[in-house]
Design a protein around this ligand. Structure first.
Ligand code: 3UK
Length: 547
């Protein structure tokens, strides 16, 4: 199996990230058992997905769209190359240096990420909602030497003490340009740079990305990914499950700073000569509008978005949409059904993780089995392990374990030992397999509710509640209880027109008891006006537990 070797010379003059990889015996196994995963020893992922497309005559094809922007592959390449020249020239960066990126989804943000990879630097993308304190921790951990930040998001960067001197703003609005020194503006520096640049001759295992987990607790973990990993994710899920092609137009919500969005809204489209629409601050309603306006064919977002979009879909012409991908958290069957009813589309559910870079279990078309996430996708394998680390058979809930061409390598973090066991990546999810090899999500391993000796998975109860006509959204957690250890507590957001009341609570409790084993019913029900969620659409269960 592939462990770190020094066989192929690194292009990195700055070896910081490589020196902070986990020790070789804590790496997961890396498996490359498909013909398309046999990468050469040297490659630059942006040369592969962008430069080759232009060289092959595809320069005039549409690559990225945004508000008022339509870039062909050739135009995107020119933008990328101007930024590469800024990074190498006035910024004075050398391969292996870390560049923090901050911006909402926008073609210039996408070009900046691609430029960092093309120049052999290491991208450290950050979510738009992060605050100075969190940005400071990320800068410190990854020893960032430079920052490229959207002008609109500059405040939180400016509030970080000891931030790198080399900080440039992009998308500077006309009225702010006068007050900004030209050497601080990426836009101004790009304008005077040549529009072509050679890709850095990187080794396939040169580090190109440190993606921080959207972890809910503790210090964020930096997950390290290589140049070849970027290609590997393009050659697994999109190629074998999504089956996207050059005629597709991708759209969706996940930030480019979240690997779900980086893959789905930038890397996957470019790998096949397709295009993507990058828009900021989408809501369920404006995403539907945009699908209609741009005639998008493939949508990427989280289950909660699909649930809200299903209710509004009738107002829009969504006939262009051919495929929809849901990830980030479990897809309730009720949401799958509502979406299918509204659009006729069978949702492609897929579980991915920042540590694995992208999706590793999924299913599409006739392989879809409602309630199951799917099967390990080509390139990956998976099993369910018990607490001792031994594989369990069908029908038993245990710890999900996966391996494939990508895997967990935390930047200088003792938690590496918790994620990798005997070469398997442990995602922290409780899963069950059936006799046909389908994988069923139950809960996060540390979210399993234990009540009077019974194991109860919150998402199963949520799935039932979501079928009730009055329920818009819900989150089910364990609440400490003297007698039972924990009791099942449901936090419910009602649809407009329904009143929170003791009768409503009793009605919901009875509804659950009728559909699943009565011991799983929520003994406590609380009504809220909204649920706490992360920027990536994940329910923040710890917040529900602490209220
Ligand atoms: C949960 C799911 C059930 C699961 C991600 C696609 O979500 C992504 O990465 P994160 O590091 O979180 C990973 C955890 O999220 N999860 C994600 N998808 C599903 N649970 N069904 C699903 N379909 O707990 C997992 O361990 O934020 C998703 C692509 C790239 C990503 N980084």
């Amino acid at each position: 199996m592939n462990r770190p070797t020094a066989a192929e010379p690194s292009a990195h003059l700055d070896q910081f990230a490589r020196q902070h990889l986990p020790p070789a015996d804590q790496w997961p196994d890396l498996v490359f058992d498909l013909p398309e995963l046999q990468y050469p020893a040297r490659l630059n992922c942006v040369a592969e997905i962008l430069d080759k497309a232009v060289a092959a005559g595809g320069g005039a094809r549409l690559a990225l769209r945004g508000d008022g922007i339509n870039w062909s592959y050739a135009q995107l390449q020119q933008q990328v190359d101007r930024i590469v020249n800024v990074l190498r020239g006035p910024m004075g960066l050398v391969p292996g240096n870390r560049v923090l990126l901050r911006g909402a989804n926008h073609p210039v943000m996408a070009a900046a990420v691609l430029a960092v990879l093309k120049a052999g630097l290491i991208a450290v993308p950050t979510m738009p909602l992060l605050r100075a304190r969190e940005l400071g921790v990320i800068m410190q951990k990854s020893q960032v030497q430079a920052v490229l930040c959207a002008h609109a998001l500059r405040e939180e960067i400016e509030a970080v003490p000891n931030r790198p001197e080399r900080t440039l703003w992009f998308n500077v609005p006309a009225d702010a340009q006068a007050g900004l020194a030209p050497e601080r503006s990426l836009d101004a520096l790009m304008a005077v740079q040549p529009a072509s640049a050679a890709a850095c001759d990187t080794a396939a295992d040169d580090i190109c990305l440190i993606s921080f987990t959207s972890g809910t607790t503790g210090v964020p973990k930096g997950t390290i990914h290589f140049q070849r990993d970027v290609l590997a994710i393009c050659d697994c899920f999109p190629r074998h499950i999504l089956k996207s092609g050059a005629a597709d137009l991708f759209i969706g919500t996940p930030p480019l700073a979240f690997t779900f969005g980086l893959g789905g809204l930038l890397l996957f489209p470019l790998r096949v000569g397709a295009a993507a629409v990058l828009l900021e601050k989408l809501t369920p309603e404006t995403l539907l509008q945009a699908i209609e306006k741009y005639s998008a064919t493939i949508c990427f977002t989280a289950p909660t978005f699909y649930r809200q979009m299903a209710a509004l879909a009738g107002k829009y012409d969504l006939s262009s949409l051919k495929k929809s991908v849901s990830a980030g958290e479990a897809l309730p069957v009720a949401t799958r059904e509502a979406w299918q009813q509204a659009t006729g589309l069978r949702m492609i559910d897929g579980i991915g993780a920042t540590e694995m870079l992208h999706i590793f279990i999924s299913a599409a078309g006739d392989d879809i089995h409602p309630g199951a996430t799917g099967k390990p996708i080509p390139g990956y394998r998976a099993c369910v392990l018990d607490n001792q680390g031994a594989p369990v058979g069908p029908g038993i809930v245990g710890r999900l374990a996966v391996k494939g061409p990508t895997g967990c390598r935390y930047l200088d973090d003792p938690r590496q030992r918790d994620y990798v066991l005997n070469g398997w990546n442990l995602t922290g999810d409780a899963y069950e397999m059936d006799a046909d090899g389908y994988f069923f999500y139950r809960s996060r391993t540390d979210d399993m509710i234990i009540s009077a000796g019974y194991n109860i998975a919150g998402p199963e109860v949520e799935d039932v509640l979501l079928r009730h006509a009055a329920v818009a959204e819900c989150g089910v957690v364990g609440k400490p209880d003297e007698e039972r250890g924990q009791i099942v507590e449901a936090h419910v957001v009602l649809k407009p027109g329904f009143e929170a009341s003791a009768e409503m609570a009793a009605q919901l409790q009875d509804f659950v008891k009728e559909q699943i084993a009565p011991y799983k019913y929520p003994r406590s029900i609380r009504f809220l006006s909204s649920l706490p969620r992360t920027e990536t659409g994940k329910l923040q269960r710890f917040k529900l537990r602490s209220t």
